[in-house]
Design a protein around this ligand. Structure first.
Ligand code: KMH
Ligand code: ZN
Length: 311
């Protein structure tokens, strides 16, 4: 019998989409982000996708000094692959968004493959009580906000962080056009296989969380990248676990974490990132799949190794 396929679990522990009033379990301080990451890795997440937040008020922060307070702790306590955002938080400049990755030279960084609307304002409509004034303002401003990722921006990240730091990317593709943009950079020789393609469903402004879109993104990526890519799936909010399950059954890797959904079930907040990792792991194992270790993940994605980072 053939051995089971190895599935990479990425855990995105805090992000820049949710705000502190939405869940008491969202990691905020460097200590909380480090502890959440270590627990997620112990639950068998092979990749930890990281943003930082201002420890005083929980606002997304690009400050490399904050990353510097949790990255060494994660490195010392786990073998997980560290993946640093270059998407940052809404309203940050590209310079700010890339500062932490340029400083840390991680094995992986995210790279968002197109400019788009990225609406978070519906989350502001759903609640009246906020701990911090910045929270409703941050969500509301996305009615009139373009998440900027031009060809020039993408090329700059590829050069500065890819070529410059030996970092490889989680290519964040929120719609079909983003796959074609990635294919364009492949044709120009600015990215090389194996590509780690993170297909994202259910962001307001991106492709919807419908099974037919999952199949469409898969078919298009297959056509454009053939066997030169590893496919991963993330879906926002309540779609997180159903899409992880469907995507894994179709041959994909999965991403979970409180960046993408605050919930563990219908109406029930997840009490930790590790709880979501354990849940998706159970689902994968029930499907007869195996969980990729960090070493297997490094081999699948051709990463430089955890000993070749700058933090
Ligand atoms: N928040 C996710 C939908 C990034 O960090 O570059 C996408 C994301 C962006 O993870
Ligand atoms: Zn992110």
């Amino acid at each position: 019998m053939a051995p089971p396929r190895k599935v990479i679990i990425t855990c995105a522990v805090t992000g820049a989409v949710h705000t502190p009033s939405m869940s008491p379990h969202l990691p905020i301080t460097p200590e909380e982000i480090a502890a959440a990451s270590v627990a997620a890795a112990e639950a068998r997440a092979a990749i930890i996708h990281l943003h930082a937040r201002d420890p005083q008020n929980g606002r997304p922060s690009p400050d490399p000094a904050l990353f510097g307070r949790f990255l060494p702790r994660i490195r010392d306590a786990t073998d997980a692959v560290v993946n640093i955002t270059t998407g940052g938080g809404h309203g940050m400049s590209l310079e700010e968004r890339t500062a932490a990755a340029r400083w840390a030279e991680p094995e992986m960084a995210s790279l968002n493959m197109g400019s788009m609307n990225f609406g978070l304002f519906e989350m502001a409509e759903r609640r009246a009580d906020w701990t911090h004034d910045w929270e409703p303002a941050y969500l509301e401003m996305t009615r009139d906000f373009i998440f900027r990722n031009t060809f020039k921006d993408i090329e700059r990240v590829l050069k500065e962080i890819g070529e410059g730091c030996g970092t490889r990317f989680e290519f964040e593709c929120y719609d079909v056009g983003h796959l074609y943009t990635l294919a364009h950079f492949l044709e120009r020789g600015l990215v090389r296989p194996p590509l780690f393609v993170q297909t994202i469903f259910g962001i307001r402004g991106g492709i919807g969380a419908h099974p037919e879109e999952l199949a469409h993104m898969r078919r298009t990526a297959d056509r454009l990248f053939g066997d030169g890519y590893q496919w991963s799936i993330l879906a926002a909010g309540r779609h997180q676990m159903p899409f992880a399950t469907m995507g894994a059954a179709m041959g994909g890797h999965v991403r979970v974490g409180l960046e993408d959904s605050l919930f563990i079930g219908r109406g029930a907040l997840a009490t930790s990132n590790a709880e979501q990792v354990m849940k998706v792991r159970r689902l994968l194992e029930e499907l007869g799949l195996a969980i990729a270790t960090p070493a297997e993940t490094r081999a699948l994605l051709a990463l430089k190794g955890g000993d070749r980072v700058a933090f």
